[in-house]
Design a protein around this ligand. Structure first.
Ligand code: PEP
Ligand code: MN
Length: 270
């Protein structure tokens, strides 16, 4: 891949992205929480549950890039304040999406990690703006993007001075309709051999099917991912976005136990 400065084959070793006490790229990182922040009770209850189950970070969208303009768009600033409260209570760092260049600097006052969603992967103005931010970036792969296009977007962020990029494979569109997307697990070892950045997966958006999230999370461990990001809701049928793919807290706890167990077993496997 011509011109990719972030190529990992330069002998510099791998990047570890530090978020509070969490070291992404060193320890297997589990990020969990609802698709959207809906209310203080909803978020705090979910935050307590995922913390109890062993999550390392809390996710929750305050700005939602929705396919329909009439769908729930997120609580904005109110959502960020709720996320801040959840961090105060649980100690979990916050991962939240930013969708507009005008919001980057003030969202940084609330977030620990800024997520760039699949639909914005090639929003070059946004990439340049988060490249100037002093927070780590979780860069999702665009649903129609090649690995090379995805890595070039990471390059935009690095090139503007932000070295802390976490790549996230979240599924791509294929001709398959049973699943919402096709989680391209081969992209994980590929991105790891082409770059020095940590790579995680999103089995929630990658499959869109509850029953497939635990097996694809385990498969993510097996293919060398540095972590997973999954959606958890205290009562999925009530969720204002992505209700069909949210795990309940007990389902998340059970899956997390298995994921940690597999990771431990794989300790010595190279
Ligand atoms: C999300 O994380 O809720 C989301 C919208 O993800 P993606 O950008 O991968 O669709
Ligand atoms: Mn979602």
């Amino acid at each position: 891949m011509k011109g990719i400065k972030l190529a990992g084959l330069n002998g510099n070793g791998r990047t570890i992205v530090k978020v509070g006490n969490v070291k992404v790229g060193q320890d297997f990182t589990i990020i969990a929480g609802p698709c959207s922040v809906e209310s203080e009770e909803q978020l705090l209850e979910t935050a307590r549950a995922v913390k109890e189950a062993g999550a390392d970070m809390l996710r929750g969208g305050a700005f939602k890039p929705r396919t329909s303009p009439y769908a729930f768009q997120g609580l904005g600033l109110r959502g960020l304040k709720i996320l801040e409260k959840a961090r105060e209570e649980t100690g979990l760092p916050i991962v939240t999406e930013v969708i507009d260049t005008r919001d980057v600097s003030w969202v940084c006052e609330y977030a620990d990690v800024l997520q760039i969603g699949a639909r914005n992967m090639q929003n070059f103005s946004l990439l340049k703006e988060v490249g100037k931010a002093n927070k780590p970036i979780l860069l999702k792969r665009g649903m129609h993007s090649t690995i090379e296009e995805w890595l070039n977007c990471a390059e935009y962020i690095l090139n503007d001075g932000n070295p802390d990029v976490i790549l996230c494979e979240r599924g791509i569109r294929t001709f398959e309709t049973y699943t919402r997307n096709t989680l391209d697990l081969s992209a994980v070892p590929a991105a790891k051999e082409l770059t020095h950045l940590p790579v995680i997966t999103d089995p929630t958006h990658g499959t869109g099917r509850l029953s497939l999230i635990p097996p694809m999370s385990l498969a993510s461990v097996a293919c060398g991912a540095d972590g997973i990001i999954v959606e958890v809701h205290r009562n999925p049928p009530e969720a204002l976005s992505d209700k069909d793919q949210a795990l309940t807290p007990p389902q998340f706890a059970d899956m997390t136990r298995k994921v940690r167990q597999l990771k431990k077993c794989m300790g010595g496997v190279k």
